[in-house]
Design a binder for this molecule. Structure first.
Ligand code: 5SP
Length: 212
């Protein structure tokens, strides 16, 4: 059974206090910290819990090494940005001690990630974007759950992550579709009790796994 992982998105944190925000989330029970790298902005911090998701095409290769050195545990890149160099990227990510993952935008068909999962040196996580990448606080796209269901059926032990609009009102849709890694920004950082939200997200994943 794939373990639930709850990953607060640091995009919704107080950037002036990034380190203490990260520590606060870990104290609240976060398994991972999710850091986005997007056009022109690079943010990272040294923690073994940090996962990096990036959509920045040209810079992908040169961001791997410093993030590995900083202690990131995983590096997820967008399939749309890595058509020509994903094999090289996966190798590099692994060589720097991180777990490779691939992400796809809402308009990208799920079939586009199959070659990366079926390669002899495969990615180990697929991040299904449930909003258009860019900023926090957007509305969850339930129609993306077809992608999650399809992936879960095909790859029972794969880490399947969802990102965008996840919170108490949407988690059951993602969990019952088969997602086990949950990125949540505004619902966690905006909560008066983030630990309670993290617990609720995890419980939804666990309950779905028991019934499916
Ligand atoms: O990558 C992104 C947005 O591009 C996400 O990581 C968001 O930061 C998630 O925020 P919420 O939708 O949970 O507020």
């Amino acid at each position: 059974m794939v373990k639930p992982k709850i990953a607060p998105s640091m995009l919704s944190s107080d950037f002036a206090n990034l380190a203490s925000e990260a520590e606060r989330m870990l104290r609240c029970g976060a398994d991972w910290l999710h850091m986005d790298i997007m056009d022109g902005y690079v943010g990272y911090s040294g923690s073994r819990h940090i996962w990096i998701a990036t959509s920045w095409s040209q810079i992908l290769l040169i961001t791997v090494e410093p993030l590995g050195k900083a202690g990131a545990s995983g590096f997820t890149f967008h399939v749309e940005a890595s058509k020509d160099n994903w094999k090289e990227l996966v190798q590099l990510i692994k060589s720097k001690g991180m777990t490779p993952g691939v992400s796809l935008k809402p308009g990208t068909p799920i079939e586009d990630v199959y070659p990366l999962l079926e390669d002899e040196n495969p990615v180990e996580l697929v991040l299904v974007m449930t909003v258009e990448p860019g900023f926090g606080g957007q509305k969850f796209m339930p129609e993306m759950m077809d992608k999650v269901r399809t992936l879960r059926k095909k790859y029972p032990s794969l880490d399947i992550e969802v990102d965008g609009g996840l919170g108490p009102s949407t988690i059951d849709m993602a969990a019952s579709a088969g997602a086990n890694c949950i990125v949540a920004g505004s619902s966690v950082f905006g909560a008066s009790d983030p630990a309670q939200v993290i617990t609720l997200l995890r419980k939804s994943v666990e309950d779905s796994q028991k019934t499916n």
